[in-house]
Design a protein around this ligand. Structure first.
Ligand SMILES: NC(=O)c1ccc[n+]([C@@H]2O[C@H](COP(=O)([O-])OP(=O)(O)OC[C@H]3O[C@@H](n4cnc5c(N)ncnc54)[C@H](O)[C@@H]3O)[C@@H](O)[C@H]2O)c1
Ligand SMILES: O=C(O)CC[C@@H](O)C(=O)O
Length: 390
């Protein structure tokens, strides 16, 4: 039985991908083989020795100690694109909420609940509605920072709304570039983007390089009525700088999915409680993708959508398989194969891939090596994990 520890509520549709005759799933286990989670903040010391893989049902992995996992030979998976549509739809809502007096108008109407005269109410509403006037999105300029799964969908939606779209993404992948509309104008630096846009929306991960990226200096270069949308992560924005810019009139609005003490109640903010991916559809998509990936890894050693391990897949043949993670240093594969050769173990098929400091091998063998040989492989300097998959 494979034991899967869940650290957040994971959609049933995802859990159903792990058949109960082979998988036990619980929110408490002493020796789990894998962890499925969403936003739970995982500390290195909370990852039991038994864990082989960790899957994040979502995009951001800043709640997982990825470097510590790499050191321990644990692949961390995420689910790119699985919740992108949910975030895109919320961004469209945020753009509308930022440009029209919708929330203020609704709050005003709520104050009239004790009025009983319909005609009198209509007269009042027609008189007061000028206070809730806004602007149209069509013809305005939206800057998209990060043009991956979400950013590219937001860019398409904004083009459909008649906006001019400018994009900034110094790390754009080839796959994302193919997905991106040619009508998105590429901007080479953030200062230039901030100085030209009426709206800016952030869709990049929090990394060392992006922590506090939206800072005082950048906000000083923006148009005074810029509406800044942050549905990526709180840490990407210097919140104190945002509050000052709002108070000084240097920033028009801050619309974000990440409320923080000190930010709540600041004029010209609209804050939601991290609900970017909170739709049934997104939760199902993420859970299904995460469960499928962890199942394929546990059963076949294959790796797809890992943030720290190479992508690797090999068809199963009718023979046992060794899955070996090692440091990406010379002679590793040769050393492992010679230990198998010494025992007359025939290699049926194999594949070896590396990513940064990690290398990973799938080796199909004619017979399972004995414990002594497996131990010898594990003892090779640089080998981190060795698994036998029958
Ligand atoms: N609010 C929510 O509930 C919610 C939901 C999903 C994702 N997110 C956040 O949104 C982020 C993006 O999600 P995604 O699915 O589009 O991820 P993605 O990996 O598809 O795209 C991220 C893009 O950011 C780009 N990028 C990296 N560094 C950059 C930099 N310095 N400047 C500009 N761009 C940079 C990458 O090149 C990539 O194209 C996630 O990492 C997560 O933090 C939040
Ligand atoms: O799981 C969630 O609800 C949020 C997910 C989101 O922040 C992500 O990074 O994908």
């Amino acid at each position: 039985m494979h034991k899967i520890l869940t650290l957040n509520q994971i959609s049933v549709k995802g859990l159903e991908r792990l058949p109960r005759d082979h998988y036990e799933i619980a929110s408490e286990f002493t020796h789990p083989e894998a962890i499925l989670l969403r936003s739970h903040k995982l500390q290195p010391e909370d990852i039991p020795e038994s864990v082989l893989g960790i899957a994040r049902a979502g995009a951001g992995v800043n709640n997982i100690p990825v470097a510590a996992c790499t050191e321990r030979g644990i692949p961390v998976f995420n689910t790119p694109g699985a919740n992108a549509n949910a975030v895109k739809e919320l961004i469209i809502a945020a753009l509308c909420l930022g440009s029209r007096g919708i929330l203020q108008g609704v709050q005003y109407v709520d104050t009239l609940k004790d009025m009983t005269d319909k005609a009198e109410m209509n007269t009042l509403l027609e008189k007061e509605k000028k206070n809730y006037k806004g602007n149209e999105l069509a013809g305005k300029t939206l800057g998209v920072v990060g043009l991956g799964a979400i950013g590219s969908m937001v860019a398409d939606a904004a083009l459909e709304l008649g906006m001019t779209v400018k994009g900034y993404d110094p790390a754009l992948s080839v796959e994302s570039a193919w997905r991106l509309s040619s009508n998105v104008e590429r901007v080479e630096n953030l200062n230039s983007l901030f100085s030209k846009c009426d709206y800016i929306t952030l869709h990049l991960p929090v990394l060392d390089a992006t922590r506090g990226l939206i800072n005082r200096e950048l906000l000083a270069s923006c148009k005074k009525d810029l509406r800044l949308l942050n549905f990526a992560r709180a840490e990407i924005v210097d919140t104190a700088a945002v509050i000052s810019a709002l108070n000084d009139g240097d920033l028009g609005q801050y619309i974000a999915d990440f409320p923080e003490p000190g930010l709540i109640g600041v004029p010209n903010t609209i804050l939601t409680p991290h609900i970017g991916a909170s739709t049934d559809e997104a939760e199902d998509n993420c859970a299904v993708m995460a469960a499928d990936q962890i199942k394929d890894f546990i059963e076949n050693g294959n790796i797809k959508n890992s943030v720290n391990f190479p992508t690797i897949a090999m068809e199963r043949a009718d023979c046992p398989r060794l899955a070996i993670a090692n440091r990406n240093i010379p002679k590793m594969l040769g050393n492992i194969l010679s230990l198998l050769a010494d025992e007359d173990i025939n290699v049926v098929d194999m594949i070896n891939k590396s990513r940064d400091d990690i290398a990973y091998n799938l080796i199909d063998v004619a017979q399972v090596p004995c414990d002594e040989v497996l131990k010898k492989i594990l003892d090779v300097e640089g080998v981190i994990t060795v698994r036998v998959l029958n």
